[in-house]
Structures are given as C-alpha cells and as structure tokens.
Write a protein that binds this ligand. Sequence first.
Ligand code: F3S
Length: 286
Amino acid sequence: MKIVRAKTAGFCFGVKRAVETVYKELQEEAGSGPRIYTYGPIIHNDEVVKDMEKRGVKVLRTEAELESLTEGTVIIRSHGVPEYIYKKMEEQGLTVIDATCPFVKKIHNIVQRESRAGSHIVIIGNPEHPEVQGIRGWAGDHVTVVQSEKDASDFVPNPGMKVCIVAQTTFNYNKFQDLVEIISEKSYDVSVLNTICSATKERQNEAGSIAEEVDAMIVIGDKHSSNTQKLFEICQKACKDTYYIQTLDDLDLNQLGSVETVGITAGASTPNNIIEEVQNNVRIIF
Ligand code: F3S
C-alpha cells in the first residue's frame, strides 16, 4: 500500500506570505493596538479564517463594511484589490498593510501601464473572482474579462486599439492558450502576457501525473477555492476515484479501503496541518 503526497500540495508563496502577515500583525499588536481587519477572507479556507477570527481579526466582507470604518489596520489579501480601494482606505485614515501577492501586483502594473499606453485589456479569468476584479480595477476603461470560448468568440476589439491579454494567476494553462488563439484571430496587434503563476502550473502538472498512477486521489481544499476546484477537475479526468474534501471529516475512509495506492494533493490555501492530518489517517487504514 502506498501514499503519494504531492510535493507542491498546500500554501503557495503568496498565500503563505499573506497568512504570515496577519499572524505577525496579531503578535505585534497583542490585543493592545488598533483592531485588525482583513478586506475579504485572507485566503479561501474556512479553517484558517475561523482561527484568525478567534484571535480577534475581523473580516470585512463588503465595501459598505469597509466604508463604515473610522480606524484600524486593514490587511489586503494576496488576491489584491482595485486601485480605488487603496484611495478609499487612505481617505478614511486607515492603516493599510498590503499583502497582495507580488505576482498579482505585477499584473496590476502591467495592465495599468498598457491601458495608459492605449491598449484594450483582456483578462482571461473568472469575472467573479476577487483577483480578476482587482486586476480589472487597474485596467482603465477598456477592459474585457474572458472566461469561455463563447466570451472569446464574442469579443470585439475596439477599432484602432491594441489588445493586451493577461491571465488570472490560477487559470488553466491549456484553456488560456485556446482562448488566446481565438482572440488573436480578431486583431493584428495583440500582445500576450502569460501571467499564470508557475506555482499553479506545477501543482496542476504534479497532481495530474500522480492521479494517472494511483487508484484513488484526494484533493484537499476549500470548496470556494478556484485553484482547488481546478485541481479536482484535472485529477478527476485522470483518476475516476477522486475525492474533494475540505478536512479529514469529509473523507469516508471506508471508500478507500480496497485501493492500493492513494495520491494526495491540496490547493494553494490549504494549511499543512490539514494535509498532514489527512495523510496520517489514510496511512492508518492501510
Ligand atoms: Fe501568488 Fe501564485 Fe500564490 S500568484 S498567491 S504565488 S498562486
């Protein structure tokens, strides 16, 4: 019996940095300083967010909640925020700690620069995802979000404008290439910047190859985490016995009883202790 745990399972650099920023701030303030807020849950993981709330961090879930603040420290999560949110926080006199992942910040800089230079920005990603909404908020007036083949086919470039394509960092690379191909046929002047984070690609590739070799695959991550959902899709294609769980409680260990090899991977927002707990319990039944 064998368990294969993906080396790339769990927190990526940007998420680790954002989570550590919150805990560091909590330690420094130690209950005596201004209240600490995060603008949106710091990561897509209920377990981590609940732990932070227990220690006194308050999650601001809407813009209206942010607007009601008159003091405090607000931590911006790794997904980043639109430019106007920084201005709002500044006007309200709040202390801002920016934990935007540097790779996402780089996309903000690209779209701001390219839109100022006269390009129509195309963001390939999920329009509902906070990261995409953040990028959009740096991309000027001519910006389109493309998520599907239909969106790409429907896209009409502004006459006389160059087109600059960027991607949500967690977007699937092959799908990105397909959509770029469709858009590129519509204009002569298209620049493509593949801003997909290599952490995502490496995690997806490793998960795919492990899933091909094992009898059952476990993907651990929050149900709202888009990168975990994509990992699940990739693994399910390669291994029909793929389970998507948030914590050990969601796993029916009896289902795994008859398999010989189990693969384990986890999304970018899954803490190490949850991965280890699953791994240790799967080991016990073998
Ligand atoms: Fe940053 Fe890549 Fe993670 S963009 S938040 S290191 S997936």
